[in-house]
Design a protein around this ligand. Structure first.
Ligand SMILES: [Zn+2]
Length: 266
């Protein structure tokens, strides 16, 4: 792959978001952690070379708890990617965040229980994760969503899944003033940071979580239906954002500076 063809930007598609690029070429990538969810699609968007990876595989082969997050992020970085936009479907934990709400979280709470969340199994590699999302990319996403009344900030709690929350769990999350609940932003965000990538997400609310709407509970059909109804909007927003991304003047690229890393980054 020539230098000009190397993608510096990646989009990771969530549930129901399996394609993004027109006539892409596909690259099979292997990593020390296994294969990513799908071959990486590479094409041009907004004048930029962009990589696309459907997080769950092209046919949703990998549910959130089975996604090989380490392979996905490693594969993208090995192709040259340094900036990652990673939309995901979430449940709203507050009444005001109903289906169709676009929220760009600024904080994350990890409630997963069985996922490998690091590349570094030796040495003292403790990265800063106080602000889990790249503030520069967050700004770009909010600008791109300007016509869609986006919510700026909020905490995403990430649960292990694949089951949805109980009402008690959901009410507890809401009582912490957390905004949305999802299943994929962790460990994706922390692995991105360990690879010194910029990473941010658009959380698309597909339903109220179980503790918000006492009359109903989350159904997977509703999740996919609402996500599908907003996929075109999401794609068009991301297309605009990709064209606007500039130089990386944020701190993400220095996330592992000075650390004695037990692995060599690709
Ligand atoms: Zn950044």
């Amino acid at each position: 792959m020539s230098e000009a063809d190397r993608p510096e930007i990646a989009v990771i598609g969530g549930s129901g978001f399996y394609t993004f690029l027109e006539a892409p070429r596909e690259v099979e990538v292997d990593t020390p952690y296994g294969k990513p969810s799908a071959p990486i699609a590479i094409g041009t968007v907004g004048g930029r070379t962009v990589a696309f990876l459907p997080r769950h595989g092209p046919r949703h082969d990998f549910p959130a708890h089975k996604v090989n997050y380490r392979a996905n992020m490693w594969a993208l970085r090995s192709l040259g990617v340094r900036q990652v936009l990673a939309p995901c479907a979430v449940g709203g934990l507050q009444v005001e965040y109903g289906p169709g709400t676009f929220l760009v979280p600024d904080q994350l709470v990890d409630r997963t229980t069985a996922r490998i969340q690091t590349y570094y199994d030796a040495g003292a590699c403790h990265i800063s994760f106080a602000d889990p999302y790249c503030s520069r990319l967050r700004g770009h996403l909010l600008d791109g969503l300007a016509g869609h009344d986006p919510v700026d900030g909020g905490t995403m709690v990430v649960i292990e899944g694949p089951r949805f929350s109980t009402r008690a769990e959901s009410r507890w999350y809401a009582a912490q003033d957390w905004a949305v609940v999802g299943m994929t932003s962790h460990p994706e965000a922390v692995l991105a940071r360990e690879l010194a990538l910029c990473y941010a997400t658009i959380a698309l609310v597909t339903d109220h979580d179980a503790g918000v709407d006492e009359a109903s509970a989350v159904s997977v059909d509703a999740v996919f239906e609402v996500f599908a109804a907003h996929t075109d909007t999401l794609k068009s927003v991301l297309t605009g954002v990709v064209g606007e991304l500039g130089e990386r003047d944020c701190s993400c690229s220095h996330a592992v500076d000075g650390m004695d890393l037990p692995v060599t980054l690709p």
